[in-house]
Ligand binder design. Structure first.
Ligand SMILES: Nc1nc2c(c(=O)[nH]1)N[C@H]1C(S)=C(S)[C@@H](COP(=O)(O)OP(=O)(O)OC[C@H]3O[C@@H](n4cnc5c(=O)[nH]c(N)nc54)[C@H](O)[C@@H]3O)O[C@H]1N2
Ligand SMILES: Nc1nc2c(c(=O)[nH]1)N[C@H]1C(S)=C(S)[C@@H](COP(=O)(O)OP(=O)(O)OC[C@H]3O[C@@H](n4cnc5c(=O)[nH]c(N)nc54)[C@H](O)[C@@H]3O)O[C@H]1N2
Ligand code: SF4
Ligand SMILES: [Mo]
Length: 726
C-alpha cells in the first residue's frame, strides 16, 4: 500500500487529497493536512474519490456506432472513425458547420483548459456553446462592461471580511463557486467567530441561510430590484464611502448610477421583492457601516431574468461602499499562470453581439452562443445549419432547457463526437465516444479556478497512476485538432503544443514589458521541462507569470520543477489590490454605469409592476451530487419537489405531484418543508428520471448575456394520487 497526492477535480474548492493506492488502483482518499490551500478539508464527494475513479460505469475504451449500435473498438479504430466522419463533414461543409458544446468539467481538467480552445480555433466555428450560458455568463458580461475584462472576477475576501452578504448561493452545499475556497463552511463559521456578520438572501432556508445571522427570503428573480434599492439607500442616506475607499480616481459614472437609483426607493420595490422596505434600508446601512464587507452573488443572481443587471449591481454596491479591491472586501486574485501584470493601459473594452445565432438571432457573448439555442441550430434547416457536434465534458440534454428537443435534434445530426467518460442522455447520441481516463491517470493543475482563489497558490498533481494503454484527454483533443489542421489524426500529438509554445514565446520576446523581452525563442524553448506537452506549456506559463522565474531572470521564481518539489503546493499569499492594472476599458477607468446596463434598467423598472400569482420554480444543489454525472447514494440525495406546507395543503399534495412548466411536465415525489418560502418550489437539476429542464422551453434568456433563466420559472403544481400498490 502506498499513498500519493492529488487535487480533487470535482468542484471549485480544489481540495488536496491523499490517496491510498493498492494493487495499482486508488482505494481511499482523505484530506491532505499539509496542503497549503485546503489544509486537510474534504467533503463527502472528495472522500468518495476512489469510488468515482474506479466507477464500473466508466467507459474503459472508445465506442463507435456501427449499424446503429455503439460498439467497443480499439483506439486506432476510434480515431479512424473520427477522421472519416468528421473529415467528411469538414470536406463537404467546412469547420463552421461543426458545433462544439463545452461542459462544466472543462473548468477542472488540464485538457479542458489548454486543448478545448485549440479544437475550436482549428474549426474556426462560431457555433460554440457551453455551460456558461446556463451559469455565470451574466457575471462575466457585467465585469466585461465594468472593467473591460470579462474574466476579472472579484472574489470575496472570506478570511478577512467583517460582513459577508451571500445572495443566491449555497456554499455549504456547493462548496463555493466563483470563489475557490476549500472549507467554505469553516470559513463562514470563522467569520462569525471573529465577530463578523453573515447575511444570506435566498428564497430557500438553505444550510447556508440556516447558519446566517440574518436571512432574507425574496421572491425569486427580484434581486436586481432589491440591489438597486440598496444602492438607492446608499445615496439617499449619504452612505457612499469617502473616495470610494481609495479607488475614486479610477471610477467613472457614479452620478449616472445615482440618477438611475432614484427610481428604486425601497418602498417602490418592497412588494415586488416581498421584502420589507425597512429591511432593505437596514441591509444597506449594515453593509456601509461594516469595517469591511463583501457582497457575493452566484446561481440565484445569474440564471434569472435580470442576471446581468443583478451581477452589475452587486459590484456597484461593493464599489460604493469602498469594498472593491480592498482587503476584507472583494479582491482580484492573481494566478500563477496568468500573464505577468503589465503597466496599466487602456484596453479594447468589451462588446457582445459581434455575431448572432442563425435561428433566433441571439447575440454572441464572450465568443459563445446560448446553450439554449443548440437544439434549434441543429434541427432548423437552411444555410449554416449545424452538421456535426463535438461535446467535451458536457451533458446538455439534462443541463440545458428543453432536453426533449435536443434529444431529437442530436438523433438527427450527421456526425457527433463525445469526449466523455460516461454513456448518458447526451453521449448516447454520439457516433464516436472517446472516454478520457479516470482522474488518477490524469494530471491536475487549476488553470481556471486559481483565477478565483481566495488565496493565491499554485499546486500541481502529475498523474498518480500510469495510463492503462489509452490516450489521456489532452491527447484525445490534440488528435482531433491535428485532424482539423489537416495533419492527420495519427500525427504526433505533441505538435500542437510545440506550435502553441513557439507562438506564445515569439510574442513574449517582442513585448518590451515581458520578463523575456528580446531573448531568443529557441534558447527559451530549450529551457522548458522535458515531458508531456501540457507540462511544457505549464512550465512556460509559470515562468512567464507573475511569480515566475522569467526563464532565469529571477532564480527564486516559480517553475514546474519548483511545483514538483513542493507536492503540497506553494502558497502565494492573500490577494492584493490590483486596480488600475486589471482595467481594460477604453477609458482606462472602471465604468460604473456602462451603457448596455443603463439601458436594461428600463426593463427592470417595468417589471416592478408585475406580480405573478402562481408558484415559481427554483433549483437546488445537493451535497452528494454533482450536476448530472455524480449522484452518490444515501443521505437526502433524492430528486424531489420541495414545497412549503401551506402551498402543499392548499393544493392537496401528498406523495407525488405533476409539475407543469412552459416547456413540458413531469411527475415527481413531493417533499413538504418549511425550508422554502411560500409561493416557491424547488427541484434539483441533473436527474435523468425527473429532468427539471423539461419544464423549461428555453425561450427566456437574460438578453444581455444570452443566459437561460433557470430560476424563477412559473409552474403549475397539482396532486397525483399515488398508484395503488399490489
Ligand atoms: N435547471 C437547472 N439547470 C442547470 C443548473 C441549475 O442550477 N438548474 N445548473 C447549470 C450549471 S451551473 C451547470 S455548470 C451546467 C452543467 O452542465 P454540463 O456541463 O452540460 O453538465 P454536467 O452535468 O456538468 O456534465 C458534465 C459531463 O462531463 C462528463 N465528465 C465528467 N468528468 C469528465 C472529465 O474529466 N472529462 C470529460 N471529458 N468529461 C467528464 C460527465 O460524464 C458529463 O457527461 O448545468 C446547468 N443546468
Ligand atoms: N454538491 C454540489 N456542489 C456543486 C455542484 C453540484 O451539483 N453539487 N455544482 C457546481 C456548480 S456547476 C456550480 S455553478 C456551483 C453553484 O454554486 P451555488 O450557486 O452556491 O449553488 P446553488 O445551490 O445553485 O445556489 C443557488 C441558490 O440560489 C437560490 N436562488 C434561486 N433563485 C434565487 C433568486 O431569484 N434569488 C436569490 N437571492 N436566490 C435564489 C437557491 O435557493 C440556491 O440556494 O456549485 C458547484 N458545486
Ligand atoms: S469540496 Fe469539492 S474539491 Fe473539496 S473534496 Fe469536496 S468535491 Fe472535492
Ligand atoms: Mo456551474
Amino acid at each position: 500500500m502506498t499513498t500519493d497526492l492529488r487535487i480533487c477535480p470535482i468542484c471549485e474548492a480544489t481540495c488536496g487529497l491523499t490517496l491510498t493506492i493498492e494493487d495499482g488502483r486508488v482505494t481511499g482518499a482523505r484530506g491532505d493536512a499539509e496542503d497549503v490551500f485546503s489544509a486537510g478539508f474534504i467533503c463527502p464527494k472528495g472522500a468518495s474519490f476512489a469510488e468515482l475513479d474506479g466507477d464500473p460505469h466508466r467507459l474503459t475504451g472508445p465506442l463507435v456506432r456501427r449499424d446503429g449500435q455503439l460498439v467497443e473498438v480499439s483506439w486506432t479504430e476510434a480515431f479512424d472513425a473520427v477522421a472519416e466522419g468528421l473529415g467528411a463533414v469538414l470536406a463537404e461543409h467546412g469547420g463552421k458547420s461543426v458545433g462544439v458544446y463545452v461542459g462544466n468539467p472543462n473548468a477542472h481538467t488540464v485538457a479542458g483548459a489548454l486543448y478545448g480552445s485549440m479544437v475550436i480555433k482549428a474549426l474556426g466555428t462560431r457555433s460554440v456553446f457551453s455551460a456558461s450560458t446556463l451559469d455565470q455568463m451574466p457575471k462575466q458580461v457585467a465585469l466585461g462592461h465594468l472593467l473591460g475584462n470579462p474574466f476579472a472576477f472579484a472574489v470575496p475576501d472570506l478570511d478577512r471580511t467583517e460582513h459577508l452578504v451571500i445572495i443566491g448561493a449555497n456554499p455549504l452545499v456547493s462548496n463555493g463557486s466563483l470563489a475557490t475556497a476549500p472549507d467554505f463552511p469553516g470559513k463562514l463559521k470563522a467569520l462569525r467567530k471573529r465577530g463578523g456578520k453573515l447575511t444570506v438572501i435566498d428564497p430557500a432556508r438553505t444550510r447556508t441561510a440556516a447558519l446566517a445571522d440574518w436571512h432574507l427570503a425574496p421572491r425569486p428573480g427580484t434581486d436586481a430590484a432589491l440591489l438597486f434599492a440598496v444602492v438607492h439607500v446608499l445615496f439617499d442616506e449619504d452612505l457612499v464611502a469617502e473616495d470610494l475607499g481609495g479607488i475614486a480616481a479610477h471610477v467613472r459614472g457614479v452620478d449616472e448610477v445615482r440618477t438611475l437609483a432614484a427610481d428604486f426607493p425601497p418602498e417602490a420595490v418592497a412588494a415586488y421583492c416581498d421584502i420589507a422596505a425597512d429591511d432593505i434600508r437596514t441591509l444597506a446601512r449594515e453593509i456601509a457601516a461594516a469595517r469591511s464587507a463583501a457582497v457575493y452573488g452566484r446561481m440565484g443572481t445569474t440564471t434569472v431574468e435580470f442576471g446581468t443587471v443583478g451581477s452589475w449591481l452587486i459590484e456597484v454596491i461593493n464599489v460604493l461602499t469602498g469594498n472593491l479591491d480592498r482587503p476584507g472586501g472583494v479582491l482580484f486574485p492573481l494566478s500563477a499562470t496568468a500573464a505577468k501584470p503589465r503597466p496599466p493601459r487602456p484596453g479594447r473594452g468589451f462588446a457582445t453581439g459581434r455575431w448572432h445565432s442563425r435561428v433566433s438571432g441571439h447575440p454572441e457573448v464572450a465568443s459563445e452562443l446560448p446553450a439554449a439555442a443548440l437544439a434549434e441550430e441543429i434541427d432548423t434547416p437552411g444555410d449554416g445549419q449545424l452538421k456535426a457536434l463535438i461535446t467535451i465534458a458536457g451533458n446538455p440534454v439534462l443541463s440545458a432547457p428543453d432536453g426533449e428537443r435536443l434529444t431529437r435534434a442530436l438523433a438527427g445530426l450527421g456526425f457527433m463526437i463525445s469526449i466523455d467518460p460516461y454513456l448518458n442522455a447526451t453521449t448516447r447520441h454520439a457516433d464516436v465516444i472517446l472516454p478520457p481516463p479516470p482522474p488518477s491517470q490524469s494530471p491536475h493543475y487549476d488553470f481556471v479556478l486559481n483565477n478565483l482563489a481566495v488565496r493565491n497558490n499554485a499546486r500541481y498533481s502529475p498523474p498518480v497512476l500510469p495510463l492503462d494503454g489509452r490516450p489521456d484527454e489532452t491527447e484525445i483533443l490534440a488528435r482531433i485538432a491535428l485532424l482539423i489542421f489537416g495533419v492527420g489524426v495519427h500525427a504526433d500529438p505533441a505538435l500542437p503544443d510545440e506550435q502553441v509554445i513557439r507562438g506564445a514565446l515569439t510574442k513574449e520576446v517582442a513585448d518590451p514589458d515581458s520578463p523575456v523581452a528580446g531573448r531568443d525563442v529557441d534558447e527559451l524553448i530549450a529551457m522548458l521541462a522535458i515531458g508531456p506537452g501540457y507540462e511544457r506549456r505549464l512550465d512556460m506559463m509559470l515562468r512567464l507569470g507573475p511569480y515566475g522565474d522569467g526563464f532565469g531572470a529571477d532564480p527564486a521564481g516559480l517553475t514546474l520543477q519548483r511545483l514538483l518539489d513542493a507536492p503540497h503546493g506553494v502558497d502565494l499569499g492573500p490577494p492584493r489590490p490590483r486596480l488600475p492594472e486589471v482595467l481594460r476599458t477604453p477609458s482606462g477607468q472602471l465604468e460604473l454605469a456602462p451603457l448596455p446596463l443603463v439601458a436594461d434598467t428600463l426593463r427592470l423598472r417595468e417589471a416592478l409592476d408585475r406580480r405573478a400569482d402562481g408558484l415559481l420554480l427554483i433549483g437546488r444543489r445537493q451535497l452528494r451530487s454533482n450536476n448530472s454525472w455524480m449522484h452518490l447514494p444515501g443521505g437526502t440525495n433524492r430528486c424531489t419537489l420541495q414545497i412549503h406546507p401551506d402551498d402543499a395543503a392548499e393544493l392537496g399534495l401528498t406523495d407525488v405531484a405533476v409539475v407543469k412548466g412552459p416547456g413540458g411536465e413531469l411527475l415527481i415525489p413531493v417533499e413538504v418543508t418549511d425550508g422554502i418560502r411560500p409561493g416557491v418550489v424547488s427541484i434539483p437539476h441533473g436527474w435523468a428520471e425527473a429532468n427539471v429542464n423539461r419544464l423549461n422551453d428555453g425561450s427566456v434568456l437574460d438578453p444581455l448575456s444570452s443566459t437561460s433563466v433557470l430560476n424563477g420559472i412559473p409552474v403549475e403544481v397539482s396532486a397525483v394520487d399515488p398508484v395503488p400498490s399490489g
